[in-house]
Design a protein around this ligand. Structure first.
Ligand code: ATP
Length: 512
């Protein structure tokens, strides 16, 4: 089976078993928005707890907050999102396809360049050893014509981008006779600036612009609360603030299931450090975060660092932790050294002093920040895509099993009476009542035991506990293990301990 087919099956599996549903499905869905079902929400909550505990409980100098999604509009001016979180968009009226105007022009320039290079290669063949490329480029009429076209369009594009001149962007596309690669027509709409932030209105104060935004990242809620937390928590640098929450981006091209959504969840931690020490912390957080991922046991070879080739203007170091999804290595988490860009800008725009008084140095400064930012939904997808297996069994049947790390599995144990009579359901319910305070368990008495095992394999339940007639006499049950399918007879009184050994989150936390 190709990776593409596996991914398709996984997507269908997520729906069939109540992990993920398309949003508003009965109305044909809403593009790139998803709902988490009864099992999805359990897995998601377990991932959140794993991340939260690894940050807030394991580090005495990291605390958590939960800031609002709506923030003062000035926040997004200071952060640069209002001005720079934009793409210039154009639609082809026939194919209804949407493009970035600058990318269309760049593709056209690349074609001109290719044309010139071909002409040069022709000349090289014709003149052999006597070929002088410089002279050829300076005199050949075909090359000169393309070069003049290239220079003119390039100069116009740079100017239009710098001047933010959208009409001129469109005119360039018209003048260069650029056609839509799908429809082949030149029937273009106007160029519009497309900001990736969703906006809405606050209240209805007439005459006033009450535009506010749905946050495109959770980080700004941390920056604006820096002083609140530092002062009330008596935090000393270095220290961190962690947060889990929703973020919204009006992505132009949203695809690949929950990999790129318009509403998603981030788990971010901003670590405030003394200027000059940021590279040391950047290195440390890279290592710690990779360990966090590896502890889940999805396969060490599935992760790699990808350093950014081009740094954002505010960053002095940035790397992505990439994961090998079924569609290739893609960003799962970003680790950025953001200098004092955000706190500095909030200080400037708000007019408030946002500084830390360092008692050891006896001076005040704007701290530097190293951030770790992971998409919760992408982490969910990483876990499910490596857990999903279609296994051929010895008896010729196949089973679908989700080998989700036991600590994160949505259901920890299933309690199954062998038959629906003779007091077995009552005994099974007693076991449910004993376990339910500690673990999310399922009771299932329908269908053959084999079918029930398959159902639990398919949702990743690490343990099936079967109650049979002997259980009524000897107070023992059969435990079946998901991954090995091995079975073992254990005392009911030892069940809790057997389960705890495998599913306790502490197991993962200790591995980091
Ligand atoms: P990409 O390059 O994939 O668009 P990004 O570099 O814009 O991502 P960041 O702004 O660094 O992403 O956000 C941090 C993390 O948030 C990402 O590593 C990713 O896991 C998650 N994330 C970002 N955009 C989305 C999205 N549209 N859907 C789901 N998760 C997202």
């Amino acid at each position: 089976m190709t990776q593409e087919e596996v991914f398709k099956n996984l997507t269908a599996h997520c729906k069939e078993y109540g992990f993920i549903f398309q949003s508003s499905e009965i109305y044909d869905g809403l593009s790139a928005v998803y709902d988490y079902g009864q099992l999805g929400v359990e897995l998601k909550n377990n991932i959140k707890k794993y991340w939260w505990d690894s940050m807030v409980r394991l580090h005495e100098n990291i605390v958590g907050i939960d800031s609002a999604i709506f923030m003062h509009p000035k926040v997004w001016e200071a952060s640069g999102h209002v001005g720079a979180f934009n793409d210039p968009l154009i639609d082809n009226k026939d194919s209804k396809k949407r493009y970035r105007a600058d990318v269309l022009i760049e593709d056209y320039l690349a074609k001109l360049e290719e044309k010139m290079n071909k002409e040069v290669e022709k000349g090289r063949k014709r003149f052999g050893d006597a070929f002088n490329e410089e002279q050829f480029r300076a005199t050949n009429p075909n090359v000169l014509r393309s070069k003049a076209q290239y220079d003119a369009i390039h100069a116009r594009m740079v100017k239009a981008l710098n001047d933010n001149d959208l009409n001129e962007m469109r005119q360039i596309i018209v003048d260069a006779e650029i056609a839509c690669p799908i429809s082949g027509t030149k029937n273009w709409t106007e160029v519009r600036q497309f900001n990736l932030m969703f906006s809405t209105q606050l209240g209805n104060i007439s005459g006033e612009d009450g535009t506010i935004y749905l946050r495109p990242e959770t980080a700004q809620g941390i920056f604006v609360n820096f002083l609140n937390v530092q002062k009330t928590g008596r935090m000393k640098i270095p220290f961190g603030i962690a947060q889990i929450g929703k973020a919204f981006r009006n992505e132009i091209v949203a695809r690949q299931f929950i990999f790129r959504m318009r509403e998603f969840e981030q788990m971010e931690m901003q670590f405030f450090v003394q200027p000059g020490s940021e590279m040391e912390w950047f290195k440390k957080w890279k290592e710690l975060r990779l360990n966090w991922h590896k502890a889940m046991g999805l396969g060490d070879e599935k992760y790699r660092f990808h350093d950014h080739d081009k740094l954002a203007h505010y960053a002095n170091a940035a790397t992505d932790i990439e994961f090998e999804f079924p569609f290739g290595f893609k960003e799962l988490e970003g680790i950025h050294s953001r200098t004092d860009f955000d706190l500095g800008n909030h200080q400037r725009v708000s007019g408030r002093k946002i500084q830390y008084f360092d008692p050891e140095k006896n001076e005040s400064y704007v701290p530097y920040v190293v951030e770790t930012s992971i998409g919760l939904d992408r982490c969910f997808l990483a876990i499910l895509s490596s857990a999903y297996k279609e296994e051929a069994l010895e008896n010729g049947e196949t089973r679908v099993v989700l080998s989700i790390p036991a600590e994160l599995a949505p259901v920890k144990a299933a309690v199954l009476p062998l038959v629906k009579k003779d007091g077995l359901p009552e005994k099974a319910q007693e076991i449910m009542d004993m376990l339910k305070f500690d673990y999310n368990c399922q009771y299932d008495e329908k269908d053959s035991i084999g079918k029930r095992y398959r159902r639990q394999d398919a949702i990743g339940t690490p343990f099936c506990i079967t109650v049979d007639h002997d259980s009524l006499v000897d107070n023992k049950v059969t435990i079946r293990y998901r991954d090995t399918m091995e079975q073992e007879r254990v005392d009911i009184s030892s069940l809790k301990a057997v389960i705890a050994e495998k599913v306790d989150l502490v197991n993962l936390l200790k591995k980091i």
